[in-house]
Ligand binder design. Structure first.
Ligand SMILES: [Zn+2]
Length: 216
């Protein structure tokens, strides 16, 4: 890494830390029953994504990201804005986009998804922003919230507005949500609870033996 790159990483890390400590969405949380994800990195995200490695960081309160990357595009799908997520999560998002989302978009619209709107990635906060709840997987960079999908022709398929709509948008959104279950540990969205009415939450929570995926 050159000196400019190193400086940029440091600035990025500081910005994330600043948003964590002073952000309005920073309810208190507990670490009881929370396990940080294992350091898994089967593929280098730079092989399938425009991605910058972010130096590992660990805060005293339990938040932190290991094997983190700032991702700008995955498989030529833009992330708007860019997301700080783990290598392992990036890998699964890549698989989801290329083997589930793009085929569904082609089948439904005859065109591909060119960008996704990211509502959250790394964020040091409790689950559902509830005071006293467990630390969210977002606190490890192990979760991503997606609010909409932008098609080649510029049209936006929006989770909040189109999930319960009629026709192709509903079919597309229901299909890619259902397929995500299993690839990800947790899949939440409209109908899960009030906090997820406007996005899909996808995470790779570490699953202890006997604990299955959580998709509802
Ligand atoms: Zn989320």
């Amino acid at each position: 890494m050159n000196k400019l790159g190193a400086t940029r990483f440091a600035v990025v890390a500081l910005l994330f830390l600043a948003s964590c400590s002073s952000g309005r969405r920073s309810a208190e949380f507990t670490l009881d029953g929370v396990t940080a994800p294992p350091r898994v990195c089967a593929l280098n995200p730079q092989d399938f994504a425009q991605a910058e490695r972010v130096p590992d960081f660990h805060l005293d309160n339990g938040c932190g990201v290991a094997n983190g990357y700032k991702i700008y595009t995955i498989n030529d799908v833009g992330l708007n804005p860019s997301a700080l997520i783990t290598c392992d999560l990036a890998d699964s998002v890549s698989t989801w986009l290329s083997t589930m989302v793009q085929p569904a978009a082609q089948a439904t619209y005859g065109q591909r998804v060119v960008a996704i709107k990211v509502l959250a990635s790394y964020s040091c906060r409790s689950r559902d922003n509830i005071n006293g709840a467990k630390l969210s997987e977002h606190g490890f960079g192990n979760a991503i919230d997606i609010g909409s999908f932008i098609l080649e022709d510029g049209r936006e398929v929006n989770v909040l507005h189109d999930y319960y709509g009629n026709g192709p948008d509903q079919k597309f959104l229901h299909s890619i949500r259902a397929q995500a279950c299993g690839l990800f540990s947790t899949v939440l969205g409209p109908g899960s609870d009030a906090d997820h009415s406007n996005h899909f939450h996808l995470d790779k929570m570490f699953l202890r033996p006997g604990r299955g995926t959580y998709c509802r």
